[in-house]
Design a protein around this ligand. Structure first.
Ligand code: PHE
Ligand code: CO
Length: 336
């Protein structure tokens, strides 16, 4: 399968940043003078640079919180938002879950201009208590988990350049804001995200394998989840809604598996970071997600540590199979 507009999906996969050495972040030309460090969350904010490691050059970001430099966005930045917003909203009609579109509208997100974090935060403060914080890019895992646990959602402050409209190798503001933020207005999903953050801090203290298990859950729910609404499949995953190609593929293509949500099964399932997913997991409600993740995961991590992972394409006898993928166009190289 060709690479499409998929790479923004690496969002969840902080551990794999190093594998993207060839897809180095290119800084927006106007970055200098646009960053305002209003508060440092870490002891020593790191410089923005590309560090040479044994995996090649790896992008490194400051962990500082950055005030959204709204006045510095150019006409072109707003135009990029506008093009992407219109295109995705058109595609997502009848494809995205009801809450996603409704909440975008409640926030007043529109094609006209890049939303102001301040305005989004005013509504979030009155509702689910979440707050957006501006960041430079992907954060180290523990920083990310701690923000979520405290109901702070990190949003990349910059938007992709025009030549990256269809393909960007990492999350930008469009993915983070358009894709992730709407569901933070849903009380159950908002609680799920905070619980995930607390679970992440905990898993970080357990083992690297526990983190892998937990990251798969994020991937197959927050980033690539499908939900059944009124008898039809709908999208709620942010990695999907911000991707033109995958928004259609995930629902309409014969190629991928669509399987009923099963927490341990998901935590054992590898995934793709470079192609459309081979498998999507379907929830019946956000309450189901919340309930399934309520138990202490520590014994689950211990149990999973003794069991092999499933390939991204696997279909098991125990699966609640909604659609068996034809496998057409699947890449045969290794899953992440
Ligand atoms: N219940 C999980 C734990 O004990 C935490 C968690 C909550 C993980 C929600 C994911 C989502 O680790
Ligand atoms: Co994301």
């Amino acid at each position: 399968m060709q690479k499409h507009d998929l790479a923004q999906q690496i969002c969840a996969n902080r551990a794999l940043i190093g594998k993207f050495a060839s897809l180095l972040r290119t800084e927006p030309a106007s970055i200098k003078g646009r960053i305002h460090r209003v508060e440092s969350m870490s002891v020593e904010p790191r410089r923005i640079e590309n560090q040479l490691t044994d995996k090649g050059f790896v992008p490194v970001y400051t962990t500082a919180i950055i005030e959204q430099p709204w006045d510095s966005y150019t006409e072109q930045d707003h135009a990029t938002w506008s093009i992407l917003f219109k295109r995705q909203r058109e595609i997502l009609k009848g494809r995205a879950c009801a809450e996603f579109i409704d909440n975008q509208e409640r926030f007043g997100m529109a094609a006209g201009q890049i939303p102001r974090f301040e305005e989004i935060n005013a509504l979030l403060a009155k509702t689910t208590g979440w707050q957006l914080i501006g960041v430079e890019g992907l954060l180290p895992e523990l920083d990310f988990f701690e923000h979520l646990a405290n109901r702070r959602f990190p949003v990349t402050w910059w938007i992709r350049r025009p030549e990256q409209i269809d393909y960007i190798a990492e999350p930008d503001m469009f993915h983070d804001l358009f894709g992730h933020v709407p569901l933070l207005l849903n009380p159950v999903f908002a609680d799920y995200m905070a619980a995930y953050g607390r679970g992440g801090v905990k898993a970080h203290g357990v083992s690297a394998e526990a983190l892998v298990n937990l990251t798969r859950l994020y991937w197959y729910t927050v980033e690539f989840g499908l939900i059944r609404q009124d008898g039809a499949l709908r999208i709620y995953g942010s990695g999907i809604v911000s991707s033109k190609g995958e928004s259609i593929h995930c629902l309409e293509s014969d190629a991928p598996n669509r399987i009923g949500f099963d927490i341990k099964r998901i935590m054992r399932t590898r995934y793709r970071i470079d192609t459309f997913q081979k498998t999507y997991f379907v929830i019946d409600s956000f309450e189901q997600l919340m309930e399934a993740t309520r138990p202490d995961f520590v014994p689950i991590y211990a149990e999973l540590a003794t069991q092999p992972a499933y390939p991204a394409a696997a279909v098991l006898e125990t699966d609640t199979l909604i659609h068996r993928g034809s496998g057409e166009g699947w890449a045969t190289d290794a899953d992440a």
